[in-house]
Design a protein around this ligand. Structure first.
Ligand code: PLP
Length: 387
């Protein structure tokens, strides 16, 4: 891990600037200039040795791509203007009319919404599989299946799947596996070592760390797969802005420190919440007893600062809302990975058809970088409002 952390700060890639400083230069371009007609005709966007067009990248975005590929243990990286755009890049790069896509039933909701609306409209079908049952995945793969998405842990309900077993099930039928690695951030586990083909991340979360930039990445090891995705990426016009890349480059060197601080604080607060009478279950994969804990323990050396709790089913929805409203340091909001702790109550019944497995009310917490004692005091005062 240590070389990985150091690799976020020291990297052999050198932007062609020649003006050395710790921060890399910020290169901006839409229009670019070629020294000759031969150069204009000779350059290719895949070589990354010179500009072809601003949308195809600049030394600033190439540097960020190199660092993210190294972080994930991959070879190639493609940046998109959001995590969701990166998901779309993978889907549109690999699927055409008549193909089928498989999604875990606990998938990040906008990803399933994209499949149910845009992809369905183009004749690309999808099915959900039970991420905790690799045999269910295997049974759903058919001759039209082209892509399986995996997520570890699942959004909101936080079950950690047996990733190697899911990969084996897909591989056995020759189907590509794409991992949404936003939670792991390249720090919790080595995704490519578990056999996945594509590793996507919402850089919006931990790599940004500031709750101020939207970006996504798609990392691969296989060059042909990379070029396939890169071609569609360019055709869709999914370029990223230089200043956004600059923010991520500035925050990458502190990401491992931040990630481990979020992790320690989240585990302390999740453990404490588990001891409170109103909390019937803690959904944090690193805590014993949580769904998929053994799978987490088999692959991971760390966890993100994200977890959910189930509050007693005897509480009313209004009481749960009042608990969330009573929190002061925790702000009510989606997303995560920034300095401010966040909380969202979720209506599982509206999200999933297998919700009966989790009785009660789900509340998700993203732990920021505030002092743990202050966050615990805030939770304690809001829990007292429940009576
Ligand atoms: C936030 C998130 C995304 C999407 O990222 P955006 O940059 O917000 O589009 C995708 N997957 C997961 C698991 C996320 O948490």
């Amino acid at each position: 891990m240590s070389d990985l952390i150091t690799g976020l700060i020291h990297h052999p890639y050198q932007p062609p600037a020649g003006w050395d400083a710790v921060p890399p230069g910020v290169f901006k371009a839409s229009t670019v200039i070629f020294p000759s007609v031969a150069a204009l005709r000779g350059r290719t966007y895949t070589a990354k040795t010179g500009y072809t067009y601003g949308l195809r990248g600049t030394p600033t975005t190439y540097l960020l791509e190199e660092r993210l590929a190294a972080l994930e243990g991959g070879k190639f990286c493609i940046l998109s203007p959001s995590g969701l755009a990166a998901i779309m890049n993978v889907n549109l790069g690999l699927l055409k009319q008549g193909d089928e896509l498989l999604l875990p039933s606990n998938v990040y909701f906008p990803s399933s919404d994209l499949a149910a609306s845009v992809l369905a409209g183009w004749g690309i079908t999808h099915q959900f599989y039970d991420p905790m049952n690799p045999a269910d995945l295997a049974a759903r793969i058919n001759e039209r299946t082209r892509l399986v998405w995996v997520e570890a842990p699942g959004s909101v309900t936080m079950e950690f799947p047996d990733l190697p077993a899911l990969v084996v099930a897909a591989r056995a039928k020759g189907v590509l596996v794409a991992l949404d690695n936003t939670w792991g951030a390249g720090l919790a586990f080595r995704a490519f070592d578990l056999g996945v083909d594509i590793v996507m991340q919402a850089l919006t979360k931990y790599p940004s760390g500031g709750a101020d930039v939207l970006m996504g990445s798609v990392v691969t090891r296989d060059e042909a797969l990379h070029l396939k995705l890169l071609k569609v990426h360019g055709q869709l016009g999914l370029g990223v802005a230089a200043n956004d890349a600059e923010f991520i480059l500035r925050n990458l060197p502190t990401m491992a420190l931040r990630y481990h601080a979020h992790d320690a604080a989240a585990r302390a607060l999740a453990t404490w919440l588990g001891q409170q009478p109103a909390v019937t279950q803690v959904l944090h994969p690193a805590l014993p007893g949580a769904p998929g804990h053994a799978h987490w323990a088999a692959s991971c050396t760390a966890a993100a600062g994200l977890f959910s709790v189930m509050l007693d089913e005897r509480l009313s929805a209004a009481q749960v809302d009042a608990f969330v409203d009573a929190l002061r340091l925790f702000k009510i909001g989606y997303s995560w990975g920034g300095p401010v702790s966040l909380v969202v109550p979720y209506d599982l019944a509206a999200m999933r058809d297998d919700r009966s497995a989790l009785p009660g009310h789900l509340v998700r917490f993203s732990i920021g970088l505030e002092a743990v004692a202050d966050l615990q005091a805030d939770l304690a005062q809001a829990l007292r409002q429940l009576g």
